[in-house]
Design a protein around this ligand. Sequence first.
Ligand SMILES: [Zn+2]
Length: 380
Amino acid sequence: MKILSTFCLLSALVLVGCSQEKSAGPINAMVINYSGSACKFSVSEKPIYTLDSITDMRGAVGRVVRNDLDISSRPDILDDYFGFKPVDLQFSKSGTSYGALDSNTLFATSLYYSIEQGYLTFQKFGVDFGQAVPNLYETRIVHNAIAGRKNGVSLYEINDNAEFLAHQYTVNGQVGVRNFFFSYPTNEVKDVPLGLNIGVMVHEFSHLVFNSLYFQNAYTNFDFLNTNKPTDNTFVALDEGMADYFGFMATGDPMFFQCSFPEENRNLTIPKAFTQDVVSRMALTDGSFDSHEGGAIWASIQYEIGTRIGYDVNARSLVQLMSNLSQCPDVINGTNVSADFGDIARCHFNLLNTRGNIGSQANDVRAIYQKYLGTYGGRF
Ligand SMILES: [Zn+2]
């Protein structure tokens, strides 16, 4: 049965309300479910908790849409959502279970599901979305996004990628932020496309959280971003590292990234250190800085700390760290921000020590930091 959005209108005549369109409580839907083992994914039924309307794929974490325009050539569509259209959805329904009848529907439902996994993961570890991201409901999750990117003078179309964008806009003198997740077409990724890799989409969701808990406030109050290297490179790399850790938390798979890009050094179980070379690259100002390098090191350190004190305990402390960066004396002095990974690690260690109830394990955490921080660890 194809469920149409006009169903509600028809059913109102016989007083059965909109229960078919409005999902009260969890519904079950077929989604592409990356299992996290052996880079295989399956289509299976999963509960979706936050969906208000399955017929336009809208709920607490946003709305799944598509666009036929090149976003980069029409940046104005990000200001007002012009150009984003509902995905054409076709489901079969049995009880509270929905089954996608075509690939668009399957992909859209899976995208919503994977973003919801980010929401549920961060909610579990203490993020209050009502406060941190009050406009989350307005987020757009763009299926098959089309965008070009400049490579020197030539423009190429983005594929095999997923992105989070916090788009700042000004309409009638009002400044606001609209949150977007882009899932780009898949051309070359062999195993799990990025948009269907739950770890990758939760990685993207983590960028939304970090942006809300730290960057938005920092942009407003501190004058350092894009001017003070290596401090701002450090924060961007920290953002990437947090994202990899929470991608792991959502999937239980510390190798989730390898299933999409096996050649990247993003396996959390492989220990990595801030070598002198990495530290010197953190000061790059010519645009060649790769934030994922330092991020992968931070994520591996957090994984090892998690194996010692509990992954959940560490996840909770990392959410606290994101919320507290702006008050951390190691990081910020008045409105002056100056931080390297040693400063941030100390801030994290102090939070864990005072709020994490890690007791004698504090010495283990310190030892882990000292092992991998390199020159950053000197003052630990
Ligand atoms: Zn990222």
